[in-house]
Design a protein. Sequence first.
Length: 316
Amino acid sequence: MIVFLTLCYVAVLFLLVKIKVIKLTLWWKISPAVWVLILLIALFIPMQWGAPAGTVNQYQAVVEIIPNVSGEVIEVPAKALTFMEKGEVLFKIDPRPFQDQVDEIVASLDLAKLNLDRAKDLFARKVGPQVDVDRFDSEVKQLTARLSQANYNLHETVVKAPGDGYVVGLTLRPGQRVANLPLRSWVAYVNQDQQRLMLGINQNMLRHVRSGQHAEVALKLFPGKVFSATVETIAFMTPQGQLPPSGTIPAAPTGQEIPLPYGVVLKLDDDLGELTEIPGGAIGSATIYTESAKISHIIRKVMLRMESWVNFINPY
């Protein structure tokens, strides 16, 4: 942008010299350099914190579906890239081993209850010991707990969608055996109700950014368009600030570390047209218009719109 404005100044200067409005003295020869300096000091340097800009990305939660029980898949009603509501069936695991376990525990529980009733009757007639009552009562409680766990396992043979969304890259087929192992997921489910439009702002440009400020977004997915947005919140955390649990002593910060940008969550105010929401992974640029250096906002608006038109031909 600064090159464009300088070229405009040089063109005007050339025209004025050509029509002999001014004489090409030493001052006018060095004036383009002075013009660049004025632009830097008055507009472009204050613009860095008055209208900070950065890369924006649409993040969307992807749930790795791992069943709570292991077994053979007998049915996969879900279809890839097809909208599903919360609670719809993704796939089913063969329930027969779990149903057999429930039936076995129910039979043992019925017998334990009969024995408990007999022991209580004998104890009431003072012909049976208290220890038999206590023993059968404990057995009934244990079997009841086991039955609850068995019913839970039986219920979990039907794996359902955790929320409104869709399955991506569905390769699971009937006959495949799945396991309750956290090392591997069997279905990737995109949760549409958990998404964030995140803008990265360098730390030295963030000082005037506040919630509720106006912003604009230009996405690669929508070349030639600029969407109005609002700052929702600021995520004051980066991976450099995280201390994960470990037996290793963390290293002290050094001057070689590059400060990572902070994330600013944006909310679009404009309609997306045919799309109901921004798809996950949509990337582009965004600008926040703060209360500082307002004179530079018009320059940032022009730059963002120029970038949105360049998106027609530039895929990167």
